[in-house]
Design a protein around this ligand. Structure first.
Ligand SMILES: [Zn+2]
Length: 432
């Protein structure tokens, strides 16, 4: 609201300037002024995409198709060209896919939206940097929702991930003013919430060869910067990344947590599995994550602006650097599909701190009314064991929860300060 209001004022100032020049003092006559429409801001884009009218943008729904059409229009407005196959790359959700049953999306058609900014260098323009953000969300809940009674209610997904899609547009607009050496490919993915379907489809059917795709930068949940803390995953997927991120942050001044391999639970995983260096820019989880309360009013415009500038610097540096990156070989984790897909079976209701690994899973907090809360867990607790399984990290915790059924009562060992305690929790069900 604030950004929109300011842009309106800026327009008004320009538009009324001519009346001063004409100096019609003492007469009733006023010059006729045509006021240009105020520019579309990032907050306007987020509001549009996370409006109830789009119904939560579940892949294959009318709301998702409307969002795809809107994004293609915005890409064109800010100066992108359609990709080699057009603005849309479609894929069909396999009827036998694990999500097809639970989310009732088997046979549905998803659309990736692809916009291209050709590079200016005659040689380097044959290489691409991909900037991606998923625009699909959880629709009317049930599948994937963390609100137990949310089925039938619109999950607007303003931060997850209208924010990333809007940032894609901002970065495209700014880069189009002065294109870098390499070609930049902007992709708004669908099917992410169903298990990275759109990005997986893209890497199998790339519009420009993956061998000449230098890196993929993923924007997923970038609208809620708190305490200046910015997370960038994938920093170890190219040798040059740590130093590059450090130097960019010298000016940006974030509390930057650059860490992790490339197998995080978002679209960068698909590109990393295909051997490309990846980075995922992220302003961290919050209480509204995958709930009906992830609304546009909670986006922080100033933080969004800062993260946009940082990411613009990052993409520019990648697209302009004279040499290619040095990918760091990665052995896929044993449970790569488990990493990519959150567990939708059992539900504990913890909010893990994804930036810290103290030899267990540190909690930022627990969800109200959740099994975790009922068991007495709270923020700063470090979970080290669930049932029969040690929990050294988040992946192990996901696996431990998956080894149980909803309704099971499990013992959970935690460190709380200097104490080691065991609590018992009765696991619930995720989704509907
Ligand atoms: Zn999500």
């Amino acid at each position: 609201m604030r950004t929109r209001f300011l842009s309106f004022l800026a327009g008004a100032t320009l538009a009324t300037a001519p009346s001063v020049l004409h100096g019609q003092f003492g007469t009733q006559q006023q010059p006729v002024v045509v006021r240009p429409p105020p520019p579309i801001t990032a907050i306007d884009d987020i509001r549009h995409l996370s409006d109830d009218k789009l119904g939560g943008r579940m892949t294959g729904s009318a709301g998702a198709d409307s969002a795809a059409a809107y994004l293609a229009r915005r890409f064109e407005q800010v100066g992108l060209q359609p990709g080699a196959g057009g603005w849309f790359q479609t894929f069909t959700v396999a009827k036998q896919a694990p999500v097809a049953q639970s989310a009732r999306v088997g046979g549905m058609v998803g659309r990736n939206v692809i916009g291209l900014l050709p590079g200016h260098d005659p040689t380097l323009r044959n290489e691409t940097v991909v900037v991606g953000a998923h625009y699909d969300h959880l629709g009317l809940g049930g599948f994937g929702s963390l609100d137990p009674d949310s089925t039938g209610k619109v999950h607007n997904g303003a931060d997850d991930n209208a924010s990333g899609a809007a940032m894609l547009i901002q970065i495209a607009a700014r880069l189009a003013q002065s294109p870098p050496a390499r070609t930049v490919l902007f992709i708004a993915f669908s099917g992410e919430e169903l298990g990275l379907l759109g990005s997986a489809h893209y890497v199998k059917n790339p519009v420009y060869p993956l061998s000449s795709t230098m890196a993929m930068v993923n924007l997923d949940m970038v609208g809620r910067l708190r305490n200046g803390r910015l997370i960038v995953y994938g920093a170890r997927t190219a040798k040059e990344f740590p130093a590059l991120l450090d130097s960019l942050n010298w000016h940006a001044g974030f509390d930057l947590k650059a860490q992790g391999d490339g197998y995080g639970p978002s679209d960068q995983s698909s590109f990393y599995a295909a051997g490309r260096p990846v980075l995922h820019v992220f302003t961290d989880l919050h209480d509204d994550y995958h709930r009906t309360t992830d609304d546009w009013e909670k986006i922080d415009p100033e933080g969004f602006r800062r993260v946009t500038n940082f990411t613009l610097g990052l993409v520019t540096a990648l697209a302009d650097r004279p040499t290619r990156l040095t990918p760091v070989d990665a052995t896929p984790p044993v449970h790569s599909s488990a990493t990519a897909m959150p567990a939708y079976g059992t539900y504990l209701g913890t909010i893990p701190d994804m930036t810290d690994n103290p030899g267990g899973v540190r909690l930022l907090g627990v969800r109200a009314g959740s099994p975790a809360e009922k068991a007495g867990l709270r923020g700063d607790d470090i979970i080290t064991r669930i049932g029969e399984l040690d929990v050294p990290d988040l992946q192990a915790m996901t696996n431990a929860l998956r080894s149980h059924e909803p309704g099971d009562t499990v013992s959970i060992v935690i460190r709380r300060g200097k104490q080691v305690t065991t609590v018992r929790a009765t696991l619930g069900t995720r989704g509907g």
